[in-house]
Design a protein around this ligand. Structure first.
Ligand SMILES: O=C(O)CCC(=O)C(=O)O
Ligand SMILES: [Fe+2]
Length: 298
């Protein structure tokens, strides 16, 4: 997601947030690449959330809510519910999260497609979620720990997530221009939007929304929450109030050290099982594009 941010970046510069905690590049993401739940891990009313997501989508930018901030809106509360659910699931205790200080939190934004736009505009290019401003400013890639999408409407193109290619890892993190295929075949996960469906995927995975696979045209509304640990994306506007006493004092964190895919010509067409909302397709042929990585953005 694009950030708003020249003015905001100044603010984060003065907090010297450009120091990278390199442990972010060694985070363990769990064995499940992609998972789906029929309902999101939050009690916030979906209708209320949908209204807020429509508003949020107009701004076309994302926000940062620290792990132990006090939420002041339903979207903020939802983002923290999602954040803590996935952290718990991956074995992160509140104590360990608190030890990360300001480098633990959720990024939240909304995506809306009206259904009236042309088909190409009703989808989204293949991309990796990452700290966009860090890539622009420093050519460094940091992915979130986990990416999530919660659907608030019943129409639109599916989310597709691939097990590979992933970006080649180096000492200075993943290399943006070097997507790597370890095997000839990839797994693909397909999730068709339906109200309340919640999908989570490992933050380093290639994904997109292919407009051509849409099965019902209409409003497509998604609320996205990415879980970040050991890193706070630069340039994001912060939201939420200061933590209460109960949240405890946040220690200062000390940093560790200051595509494009194309099915093979002539390969078999995959027909998607439309009877299920979420499917896992094994052994999908993925080829390295002659043109390399397309550098799409969310
Ligand atoms: O809307 C979706 O299903 C995915 C959106 C996404 O990947 C993004 O905004 O980065
Ligand atoms: Fe994305």
């Amino acid at each position: 997601m694009r950030r708003p941010a020249a003015a905001l970046r100044k603010e984060s510069d003065s907090e010297s947030e450009l120091e990278i905690d390199t442990r972010v590049w060694r985070l363990r993401r769990g064995a499940d690449l992609v998972q789906a739940w029929k309902r999101p891990p939050s009690k916030i009313e979906l209708q209320e959330l949908a209204a807020a997501a429509r508003k949020l989508s107009k701004g076309a930018c994302s926000y940062w809510i620290p792990a132990f901030a006090q939420p002041t809106t339903p979207v903020q509360r939802f983002a923290l519910d999602v954040f803590h659910f996935h952290c718990r699931r991956l074995g992160w205790t509140p104590k360990r999260l608190k030890a990360l200080g300001k480098n633990a939190g959720a990024e939240v934004w909304a995506q809306r497609r009206s259904g009236k736009e042309r088909q190409e505009r009703r989808g989204m290019n293949w991309h990796f979620d990452k700290d966009e401003d860090l890539l622009d400013d420093c050519e460094l890639v940091v992915h979130p720990l986990i990416g999530t999408a919660t659907y608030l409407s019943d129409a639109g193109a599916p989310l597709m997530v691939f097990s590979q290619p992933t970006l080649q890892m180096s000492e200075d993190g993943p290399l943006y221009h070097e997507p790597r295929l370890r095997r000839r075949q990839s797994d693909a996960f397909v999730a068709f939007p339906q109200k309340a469906l919640h999908v989570a995927f490992s933050g380093q995975l290639l994904h997109g929304v292919p407009g051509v696979l849409e099965h019902s045209r209409g409003e497509r509304l998604a609320l996205l929450v990415n879980v970040w640990l050991h890193h706070r994306p630069i340039g994001l506007e912060r939201c939420g109030a200061e933590p209460t006493e109960r949240g405890g004092r946040l220690p200062n964190n000390s940093p560790g050290r200051s595509l494009c895919f194309r099915p093979k010509r002539g390969s078999e067409t995959v027909s998607l099982p439309m009877t299920s909302l979420f499917s896992h397709l094994r052994c999908v042929q993925v080829n390295r594009s002659k043109h390399g990585h397309n550098g799409c953005q969310s």
